[in-house]
Design a protein around this ligand. Structure first.
Ligand code: ZN
Length: 253
């Protein structure tokens, strides 16, 4: 554990983290809203969060089914007009590069913004689903979310059902496949890189704790200490995701 009462030099922490990543047999990453902030996507919670502008009830499953048009108006703005304009940053790129070089075996993300996928990551557990796919709860059909489908709201499947984004709404459970793959990764990993996640959203928040319990080295990148920092973090890189990952990219490749 770091003694965070003493200032720790950033370069030193970057070197330590790079060494842990290089030495790992099964390195994993766990990301949250903080990794996408510098891509222009605000977090949901906190000051300047999305929920300061929109009422989170639009993502409540029961409300969505009863008020599909109103919910879809907000969903279109937040997830397809706003998120759609964002692009991956150096932190997303680092994780994609690590995977390409065989140095990252699995990436677990809580984000639904699709930026890991756009950066080139493929070994990804989308714990809360994603916004690029739509599902029809009536007939089970799936399709890509394309702009033309949002012209008339709510968008409807040919069976008459209302399309729902394939991410987890409030009141909906985590997809079984994602739970299982994340659990497997947490059991197997010997080094987990936490980026932009503060450990407040459950059950996702348990994954790094499970990894730590199994002996994994925990590297944390966050601008301020989180719930994880004093509890499980071994190497704390206290800075913005882009700055830390730029530095790691330089040291590792
Ligand atoms: Zn349908």
């Amino acid at each position: 554990m770091n003694d965070t009462t003493e200032p720790v030099r950033l370069e030193e922490q970057i070197e330590k983290a790079a060494k842990a990543i290089r030495n790992a047999q099964y390195c994993t990453a766990f990301t949250g809203a903080g990794i996408s902030v510098e891509s222009g996507i605000p977090p949901f919670r906190g000051e300047n969060g999305i929920w300061n502008t929109y009422n989170p009830i639009v993502l409540d499953l029961g409300y969505f089914y009863q008020n599909p048009k109103e919910s879809w108006k907000a969903i279109r703005e937040i997830f397809y007009e706003f998120f759609g304009a964002a692009s991956p940053n150096a932190a997303h790129v680092l994780l994609a590069e690590l995977e390409k070089h065989g140095m990252l075996k699995m990436l677990i993300t809580q984000n639904i913004d699709n930026l890991h996928y756009e950066a080139g990551s493929r070994a990804v557990v989308e714990y809360h689903g994603n916004s690029r796919t739509l599902v029809c709860p009536r007939c089970g059909a799936r399709r890509d979310a394309a702009a033309d489908i949002f012209e008339e709201l709510p968008p409807r499947c040919s069976c008459g059902g209302v399309w729902k984004p394939d991410f987890v709404f409030f009141g909906e459970s985590i997809p079984f496949d994602a739970l299982q793959r994340a659990e497997e990764a947490a059991e197997r990993t010997d080094c987990m890189l936490l980026i932009g996640t503060t450990g407040e959203v459950y059950p996702a928040a348990l994954i790094p704790r499970e990894a730590a319990r199994n002996g994994a080295t925990i590297i944390e990148i966050n601008p301020s200490p989180s719930l994880y920092t004093h509890e499980i973090t071994d190497i704390f890189i206290q800075t913005r995701a882009v700055e830390a990952c730029d530095a790691l990219l330089n040291v590792l490749f």
